[in-house]
Design a protein around this ligand. Structure first.
Ligand SMILES: [Fe+2]
Ligand SMILES: [Fe+2]
Length: 293
């Protein structure tokens, strides 16, 4: 607000000079230049990535997280993108609680340990923000920024980069993917991703909705993935203690390798881990050989 007032005063001074009017207010005489941010620095990544989101620490499916880590090791993928809702941040929720939430300190300790475990393998780890991280930023009126959040969450390893953005763009061997924790929700699987594909004209991996799906967009141009999450809804009081007509939550993450995205879920009828990992291993061996030649 203060910046705005100063900016307005500066503008008034400019206008006054243009019209030959002398202003006498103190603010108008400061003559300072104020820098406003321009939001055009979204993360732009390249190569092979493990893309996950909706971890919702500490209400997390740690078995699925371990399987994700094993898959990354098996394929030697060293980049991890976490697309929002890494930590629940219950202390900053605007919702009332029906069971006491863990203190923020406990959530931070779990997060530091989780990040540390992942950093044993991943060389690059990036978090883009979800609505649960925004709880902390909003409650503090923006006085805690993404960098400060990074310090809070990555105490154990210092490897996690935190972006102020809620999405990242990945150029994976010439194929463009936008991995996003958009603010909207649709109870219809695939619908939001379809709209985002049309808006941004690229392939989409969407989180936040806790659905899993892989489909082509309405116009058959782009691939849309609902990436699920690493949450464990059986630990979520608001999901399990009360019935609702909300869709059941579905878990998963995405392996983005050589331009193609593979939706990985714990559901055997949907994902055959052995076949996917064996096939990708073969592909990476071939790719490595082609680099040698
Ligand atoms: Fe979420
Ligand atoms: Fe979310």
């Amino acid at each position: 607000m203060r910046d705005w007032e100063k900016l307005r005063a500066h503008h008034q001074q400019q206008v006054a000079q243009t019209y030959g009017i002398k202003t006498t207010t103190f603010a108008a005489q400061t003559g300072e230049i104020y820098m406003l941010p321009v939001f055009d620095g979204e993360p732009r990544l390249s190569g092979n990535w493990i893309v996950c989101g909706d971890v919702h620490l500490p209400t997390t499916d740690f078995d699925l997280a371990e399987r994700m880590l094993e898959a990354a090791k098996c394929l030697n993928i060293r980049n991890l993108l976490i697309v929002g809702d890494l930590v629940n941040m219950e202390a900053f929720s605007q919702f009332e609680h029906i069971v006491p939430p863990p203190p923020f300190e406990v959530e931070c300790k779990v997060a530091a340990r989780f990040v540390s475990r992942l950093s044993e393998h991943f060389e690059t780890m990036m978090l883009v923000l979800g609505n649960h991280e925004h709880r902390l930023l909003k409650r503090n009126n923006g006085n805690i920024n993404a960098t400060m959040l990074g310090h809070i969450l990555s105490a154990a390893s210092g490897k996690l980069q935190v972006s102020a953005y809620a999405y990242a763009i990945i150029d994976s061997y010439g194929t463009i993917w936008r991995a996003t924790h958009q603010r909207n929700y649709s109870r219809i699987t695939g619908r939001l991703g379809d709209q985002l594909a049309q808006k941004f004209q690229c392939n989409i991996i969407t989180f936040h909705q806790h659905h899993v799906a892989q489909l082509m967009d309405t116009w058959g141009r782009y691939v849309v993935i609902d990436g699920g999450g690493l949450f464990d809804d059986s630990k979520m009081a608001y999901v399990k203690l009360i019935d609702s007509n909300m869709p059941a939550m579905a878990r998963g993450f995405v392996i983005l390798a050589y331009g193609t995205a593979y939706l990985m879920t714990p559901y055997p009828a949907l994902t055959d881990w052995e076949v996917i990992l064996a096939g990708l291993q073969k592909k990476s061996e071939k790719f490595d050989l082609s680099l040698v030649v």
